[in-house]
Design a protein around this ligand. Structure first.
Ligand SMILES: CC(=O)N[C@H]1[C@@H](OP(=O)(O)OP(=O)(O)OC[C@H]2O[C@@H](n3ccc(=O)[nH]c3=O)[C@H](O)[C@@H]2O)O[C@H](CO)[C@@H](O)[C@@H]1O[C@H](C)C(=O)N[C@@H](C)C(=O)N[C@H](CCC(=O)O)C(=O)O
Length: 513
């Protein structure tokens, strides 16, 4: 591609050493530059990408995009106001605006982004569509899937994935949109057709400096949606509801509690762990592309919990906007087994083991609120104190547990220290442990603290009896806690069919069909 044609897409304030050049691509990491690419310098949180421009040129970069000119480099330099913004715009242009060729769906929330995007993808696939999916767990392009590095990739990477989707014949692409991605302009130039914000609670305040800042970035997905787009908002969540009149997009509202919404959930029964409810579309929903007629239908969800109901309604509305028949939606949601570590039932015979990421107080409220609505004898909680979120978040998490404990009959907790995913070393500070213990003490909850997770699980598993429920809270799933629990279970219960316990990722990605 001709570099000067590409550069017309961004506001170049000044340039140096300009010349005619054919380029082979873009890069933002000097270590990954390939011959003939343009290196875009990003001023990061840790380092300034300008420092690595020389290395980028040595590695083959033929031009650079800068915020400040760099002395001593002979390659063409294009000065822009903001490197990250320029990267997103250039990437979109370089890949020929792939999201304009896709039905592009952007899903944000504090909790439930992954589950909602997997559910949505499952329904769209069951309708016979060729789909793409990007999020915390996986990047899926048609039949190809790879584990993801970030929830929402850097702009250059995500535009490349979208372009690959177009090439692979994908028509519908669902993406989880993180607050970091919105703040750092990774989704700049993504032409979302359908956007949704399901719920907001405190998370990543460390990254965004304040809750107001976090909400400002999160909500930009909705606020920036154009008049020809659709925004799906939850009237039961005050922050989502506050956006109804803050967007040019056509708004579709939903609610379980707020009965003034366009899409209602009625006659909800959660007692068995499955959610059964009626979807009531209270009026004809007129959108720029289609009209969803007023109607009612029954849904039976395999994934348990109140939070799943909210997630599923988002997916149902998206599917209806994509013209999926109600029968396909019903069948897909009945068959959908869920996503790893999102209230994942990993064992279900005479007692249940549930694995949950328990990431923040909002997520804890949802998980424990779901348990409250289920029938069980006793809950045993194995909680991994979080080591990567600081004292404030650990205190909020502990307070959320303490709030629910009396309603769930929890008088004691088996706690352990969370460990680094990669090194399996403790990442929990003494202050984080202390704040957890302090809150539990005040609430009169006894803490059995173990340095090692296997010991904590062994204690809890040894105590469960028929009708009980063992909750692995923040124990890192099949990578760690859930795997240990299932291994220990095999020794205690050799009769268990091992195949029943593991759900391979491909099966989840493929919509469980
Ligand atoms: C906090 C955060 O989001 N950081 C992102 C940010 O990093 P940074 O600003 O610290 O980058 P930096 O290390 O200072 O480097 C600046 C520039 O110099 C370049 N560089 C650096 C070193 C070198 O040798 N050569 C070189 O060219 C880097 O490639 C970069 O372009 O920009 C980088 C490049 O785009 C991202 O990879 C990085 O994500 C890191 C890996 C990360 O962990 N991000 C997490 C917090 C994140 O984004 N999570 C969200 C989910 C959480 C949520 O819901 O918000 C997600 O979407 O995954």
């Amino acid at each position: 591609m001709d570099i000067n044609k590409l550069m017309k897409h961004v506001n170049v304030t000044e340039f140096k050493n300009k010349k005619e050049l054919e380029i082979t691509g873009l890069a933002y990491n000097s270590r990954k530059v390939e011959k003939g690419q343009v290196f875009v310098c990003i001023k990061g949180f840790k380092v300034d990408g300008h420092q690595f421009a020389g290395q980028a040129v040595e590695n083959g970069a033929v031009a650079i995009v800068v915020e400040d000119f760099i002395e001593g480099l002979e390659v063409p330099q294009y000065k822009v106001e903001n490197g990250r913004v320029a990267l997103a715009t250039l990437a979109d242009a370089y890949y020929n605006h792939p999201t304009r060729k896709l039905k592009t769906i952007g899903i944000t929330a504090t909790n439930g982004k992954t589950s909602t995007s997997f559910m949505t993808n499952a329904i769209l696939e069951n309708h016979g569509l060729t789909t793409g999916l990007m999020g915390t767990v996986v990047v899926k392009i048609g039949d190809y899937a790879e584990p993801s590095e970030l929830t929402t990739p850097e702009s250059l990477d995500l535009q490349r994935f979208y372009a690959q989707m177009v090439d692979a014949g994908v028509t519908h692409a669902t993406m989880e949109v993180s607050s970091s991605a919105l703040e750092l302009n990774r989704v700049g130039c993504v032409d979302f057709d359908i956007v949704t914000l399901n719920n907001i609670s405190r998370e990543h305040i460390d990254l965004h400096s304040s809750f107001e800042n976090y909400f400002m970035h999160k909500s930009s997905l909705i606020r920036n949606a154009g008049a020809d787009k659709v925004a799906i908002l939850n009237l039961d969540d005050e922050y989502s509801a506050s956006l109804v009149d803050k967007t040019k997009a056509t708004v579709i509202t939903f609610g379980v509690q707020d009965q003034s919404a366009d899409v209602l959930c009625k006659n909800l029964d959660l007692s068995t762990g499955r959610a059964v409810f009626t979807v009531d579309i209270t009026r004809d929903l007129v959108t720029p592309d289609i009209v969803i007629p007023k109607q009612k239908f029954q849904i039976e969800l395999s994934t348990p919990g109140f939070h799943s109901v909210y997630n599923s309604i988002v997916s149902i509305v998206i599917a209806l906007l994509c013209e999926v028949p109600v029968e396909t939606i019903q069948k897909s949601l009945f068959e959908f087994v869920g996503v790893e570590r999102r209230f994942e039932i990993i064992f279900e015979e005479d007692f249940k083991i549930i694995d949950d990421h328990f990431a923040n107080s909002g997520n804890i409220d949802i998980t424990l609120g779901t348990l409250e609505k289920m029938d069980f004898n006793r809950v045993s909680l194995v909680y991994a104190i979080r080591g990567d979120r600081g004292v404030t978040v650990n205190k909020e998490n502990a307070e959320a547990i303490a709030r629910w404990a009396p309603r769930l009959g929890i008088h004691e907790i088996t706690a352990t220290l969370s460990r680094s995913h990669v090194t399996q070393k403790d990442v929990v500070s003494d202050a984080e442990v202390a704040v957890f213990k302090e809150v539990m003490d005040e609430a009169g909850i006894k803490v059995h603290l173990y340095e090692e997770l296997p010991d904590a699980i062994e204690r809890s598993l040894g105590e469960v009896t028929d009708g009980d429920l063992l909750l692995l809270a923040g124990c890192q799933g099949m990578d760690y806690g859930a795997k240990i629990a299932l291994e220990q279970l095999e020794t205690i219960r050799p009769d268990v069919d091992k195949k029943k316990l593991f759900q391979p990722l491909e099966k989840r990605v493929a919509g469980n069909s």
